[in-house]
Design a binder for this molecule. Structure first.
Ligand SMILES: Nc1ncnc2c1ncn2[C@@H]1O[C@H](COP(=O)(O)OP(=O)(O)O)[C@@H](O)[C@H]1O
Ligand SMILES: [Mg+2]
Length: 281
């Protein structure tokens, strides 16, 4: 009897261990999905940003080819001079837009350089600036016609700190993407006033030997009864496919691991502010 029981228990134990293992695997998969989603958005945004200057370069190059043909067949010296002036102006534009494309590629490279995940002396103002830019480009390429007023206010006194820039960027990106989602939600809600204008303010401040990063939107806000839940893994109010519920939980863990804190302030109907703080060291 005892032996039979023991065998049954062993089987049950094995089943439980298998179930646990499966759960771990799906959790890993979800975390990877959340990572990929924010990465995919960034890539889409960068591609979208690059397309613009490249279109200019191609169009002006074509135009210039036409002008050169005109120049060759033109007899009048005055006219030829005028065409040359146009050619010169176009080449300058090509250079200008080419330079813009190079700057965007530099951002991309900076982003992948960050992926090492190591501690380094980091300029938090630049991280905010860059990732706000990337996130905005990402959302615009995902949601056609999305427009949002960005207000940036960076405190020049914020010192470099030793931290993991890639992690800070991820934490920020989650929060910024949530804000854009909420702003878009509010904009598209039929009950929203027609003159509503989505707005996102990102600012930094050095105060009492702490660095504060604030991300503030004027979207729907977060009701009191769900405020304490939003940092929980898997808590989401979004339809399946739109959210994993992992973003804020990951941001929270990242910031805690870097000795920082995240504080949430929100009022329904007015908006939401997340404040991340780090010791200035
Ligand atoms: N800026 C915001 N405005 C309103 N609600 C927000 C905002 N940021 C987060 N939330 C709420 O917190 C929930 C959890 O966010 P998160 O952990 O990033 O998961 P997900 O974005 O996948 O839903 C969201 O589903 C949303 O209800
Ligand atoms: Mg999220």
């Amino acid at each position: 009897m005892v032996q039979k029981r023991t065998e049954e228990l062993n089987v049950k134990n094995k089943e439980l261990a298998d179930a646990l293992h499966e759960l771990e695997l799906s959790l890993e998969k979800l975390v990877r999905q959340e990572k990929l989603a924010s990465l995919g958005q960034l890539t889409a945004g960068i591609a979208h940003e690059l397309q613009n200057p490249l279109n200019f370069v191609n169009n002006f190059a074509l135009l210039t080819t036409g002008l050169i043909t005109d120049y060759k067949s033109e007899q009048n010296a005055e006219e030829q001079k005028a065409i040359l002036e146009d050619i010169l102006a176009n080449v300058e534009r090509i250079h200008q837009h080419g330079t813009r494309a190079s700057r965007i590629i530099k951002r991309m490279v900076d982003h992948s350089r960050l992926s090492k995940g190591e501690f380094e002396m980091t300029n938090l103002n630049s991280i905010c600036k860059e990732y706000l830019f990337l996130a905005y480009a990402g959302i615009k390429s995902n949601i056609h016609g999305f427009e949002c007023k960005l207000i940036e206010n960076y405190d020049e006194k914020v010192p470099l700190i030793s931290t993991v820039p890639q992690d800070v960027a991820r934490a920020l990106l989650n929060i910024i993407n949530n804000a854009f989602y909420a702003l878009n939600d509010k904009k598209n809600n039929p009950e929203t006033a027609p003159d509503y204008s989505p707005q996102l303010t990102v600012s930094t401040k050095l105060e009492n030997e702490k660095i504060f990063i604030s991300i503030k939107d004027n979207a729907i806000g977060i009701p009191d009864e769900i405020k304490e839940k939003i940092f929980n893994p898997f808590f989401t109010t979004k339809p399946p496919g739109d959210g994993t519920g992992l973003g804020l939980s990951i941001s929270h863990d990242i910031v805690r691991n870097l000795n920082g804190e995240i504080v949430l302030k929100s009022k329904v109907g007015e908006g939401t502010e997340f404040v991340i703080s780090f010791p200035a060291q």
